[in-house]
Design a protein around this ligand. Structure first.
Ligand code: MLT
Ligand code: MN
Length: 309
């Protein structure tokens, strides 16, 4: 199983177009203090080498494909061709859906998501640009192993979705907390990705680390986990917003219930923060906060990073 990080930033990316905070400024300066990062997505290829699966379709997908030779048409392939055989969505956030609109050129692939996320696509007619004659939408059950297929057959990757604490997509919020937050779970999912020789968990959004999640990831080859904010109040403290991390559906890295502590002692071979917001000081290469997470055994995802398990 090969996992390639296409976008390690949260929605907005690093730098974010309208952000003048220190971290976006450093990313624009290009002196290596903060590496630029695209928005949230990974790609996976099974051991049989038959095509790639994208987990989430980032608004930056066009650039991600242009920067990744393995995702481009093979020199010997047909005039219209793509190694991208399937797309799996973990929620309906803009940073995970918008890239679908850039895959509308009548190319066959399978689109996998929960019924909840597929309903968002149905309700927004702009997604009809993905012609059902080419793009099959497949409902994924929760808590069941599913062998992924592309238009040409099995991809050698089995996934299992599981609900994690979270909320509906920001643009779907109604203001009714009972309906917006963990109403009956399943608005946001984690994915267990099994390529036969090892298991990787991909959880780019998660509001709380509970015992069920800890038990589930125990012993995995890698955990790619929600690194949106370092502290819960970070956005307000940076002066760029009012919401806490948890209010946005993202557990902070540190503080009470923070993810560094919550995932200690679980025999995880690799722990990597991904979906990192442009206010998070772990993005600053020399920062104390970066050192805090690396000392605790975590890596910080970068675009182009590859894991082989
Ligand atoms: C999130 O991860 O909280 C969302 O991507 C926010 C957004 O939709 O901008
Ligand atoms: Mn997001």
């Amino acid at each position: 199983l090969i996992i390639r990080v296409l976008g390690s930033a949260a929605g907005g990316g690093v730098p974010q177009w309208n952000c003048n905070y220190r971290i976006s400024r450093k990313a624009r300066q290009g002196r290596g203090e903060v590496r630029p990062r695209l928005q949230s997505s990974i790609a996976a290829q099974g051991a049989n080498g038959h095509g790639w699966v994208l987990f989430n379709a980032s608004p930056d997908i066009r650039q991600q494909i242009n920067e990744t030779a393995a995702l481009q048409p093979d020199a010997g392939a047909e005039l219209r061709s793509s190694p991208i055989a399937a797309v799996v969505l973990t929620n309906a956030d803009v940073d995970h859906l918008a890239g679908l609109l850039s895959l509308r050129e009548r190319q066959a692939f399978q689109l996998y998501a929960t019924n909840r996320v597929l309903a968002v696509l149905e309700a927004n007619p702009i997604f009809r640009v993905l012609d059902p004659a080419h793009v099959r939408r497949i409902a994924l059950p929760m808590e069941e192993d599913v062998a992924l297929e592309g238009p040409a057959g099995p991809l050698g990757i089995t996934i299992r979705l599981y609900p994690v604490p979270g909320k509906v997509a920001l643009f779907m919020e109604t203001g009714d907390a009972a309906a917006d937050f963990e109403a009956d779970g399943g608005d946001t999912v984690g994915v267990r990705i099994d390529g036969g020789d090892g298991v990787v968990h991909y959880v780019p959004g998660c509001a709380r680390v509970d015992d069920a999640l800890r038990d589930r990831v125990r012993g995995a080859a890698a955990l790619l986990f929600d690194g949106t904010v370092f502290t819960d109040a970070e956005m307000a403290e940076a002066g760029v917003g009012v919401k806490t991390g948890r209010r946005m559906g993202h557990v902070p890295i540190t503080g009470d219930g923070g993810s560094v502590e919550a995932f200690e002692g679980l025999d995880l071979k690799q722990k990597i923060y991904i979906h990192i917001n442009n206010t998070n000081p772990i993005l600053e290469e020399g920062s104390q906060e970066r050192r805090r997470v690396t000392d605790a055994g975590w890596g910080v995802a970068e675009d182009g990073m590859e894991l082989t398990v």
